[in-house]
Design a protein. Structure first.
Length: 337
């Protein structure tokens, strides 16, 4: 095989609205585009670094550049990124992993989902995320998202009840809630009972990740299922979560890419757990990569590119509320002209 040429490019993504969760707010995200060229083909990947885990655009860029000379044979795309990875830089690992999967499917001349034996008709509807804001702004965001089947509401702020009241006064859409570790054991049960009364389907990460024992006890009394987010990174984390959570939220940027995401799905199923496929604020490069494996999961939250003021890439498309991967070789992603 000819050598790999790895290039990194800064990628600034501006948001349509200020995005607030329990840990903070932002108007843009600084990601990294990774391009891996070989034998006339170009594979693309994207890193969306997570500040909570000590990653940023500079560290992700440096990690990809350190990985490049260690990648070896690109035909070993399911393990190459993991074996070359820089410790603590999962988003960089994910970007390289995605680009290598893109190249592999291009070599085969088929879409990535076809190379993996998946049926895009089984892709679930995506939820659309409503960040923490004033009730008036939340109501406006909900009206803008009226075409989506499911909304995911970010909670964990001081005005949770007012926000949810504004949502329910505005729509009858299906609701899911993400607390982003923002609740305490003392107040969580009351909130869960209140959310169940509003018809919420499940709650992501009600308590901080360090409170696994408390989460396990809370789940015994909760009227709603729990999905792990901050508590889960890779497949090795799953066994200890059984009983505390009903399912897991897999994010390519946390787990290190598609290869590890597929392992996580298998391990979660072996433990009888549900699977959601989520995202960070990402362009269509990373969102499309996730869309190619979304036929394997129960729930999708692949709205990262839909939250952007302008997506610099074209890839997966929104069709009947589902983020559907392109029917072209590889990821099927190209720059927006």
């Amino acid at each position: 095989m000819t050598a790999l040429d790895v290039v990194t490019r800064p990628l600034e993504l501006r948001l349509r609205h200020t995005f607030r969760i329990a840990r903070g707010a932002s108007d843009s995200r600084l990601n990294v585009l990774v391009e891996v060229a070989q034998a006339g083909r170009l594979g693309r990947g994207e890193a969306a670094p997570i500040l909570r885990y000590g990653e940023d655009q500079a560290s992700a860029t440096a990690a990809v550049q350190a990985m490049a000379p260690r990648l070896g044979d690109a035909r070993h795309f399911a393990s190459a990124a993991r074996e070359a990875a820089v410790a603590g830089q999962a988003a960089a690992e994910a970007a390289v992993d995605i680009a290598l999967h893109d190249l592999a499917a291009q070599r085969c001349g088929v879409p990535l989902y076809e190379m993996l034996g998946l049926d895009p008709a089984r892709v679930p509807a995506t939820s659309f995320t409503i960040g923490i804001d004033s009730p008036e702004v939340v109501a406006e965001k909900v009206r803008e998202a009226s075409s989506y089947e499911v909304l995911k509401i970010k909670l964990g702020g001081p005005n949770d009840r007012e926000m949810l009241a504004a949502v329910r006064d505005t729509t009858r859409q299906r609701l899911r809630v993400d607390a982003n570790e923002g609740w305490t054991p003392e107040t969580a049960l009351e909130r869960l009972e209140w959310l169940a009364g509003l018809g919420v389907e499940y709650v992501e990460q009600p308590l901080p990740a360090a409170m696994l024992a408390e989460t396990r006890e809370l789940r015994k009394r909760s009227p709603l299922p729990f999905y792990a987010d901050e508590s889960i990174h890779r497949a090795a984390d799953i066994p200890k979560l059984a009983g505390a959570f009903d399912g897991i939220n897999i994010k390519l940027m946390k787990c290190g890419g598609l290869a590890e995401a597929l392992r996580m799905i298998a391990v979660a199923r072996a433990h009888g757990m549900g699977v959601m496929l989520g995202c960070m604020i990402e362009s269509s490069v990373a969102i499309t990569a996730a869309a190619h494996i979304s036929a394997l999961v129960d729930h999708a939250d692949l709205d990262g590119a839909l939250l952007l003021a302008e997506d610099p890439f074209v890839g997966a498309v929104l069709k009947d509320g589902r983020v559907v991967p392109p029917d072209v070789p590889g990821l099927g992603v190209r720059p927006r002209s």
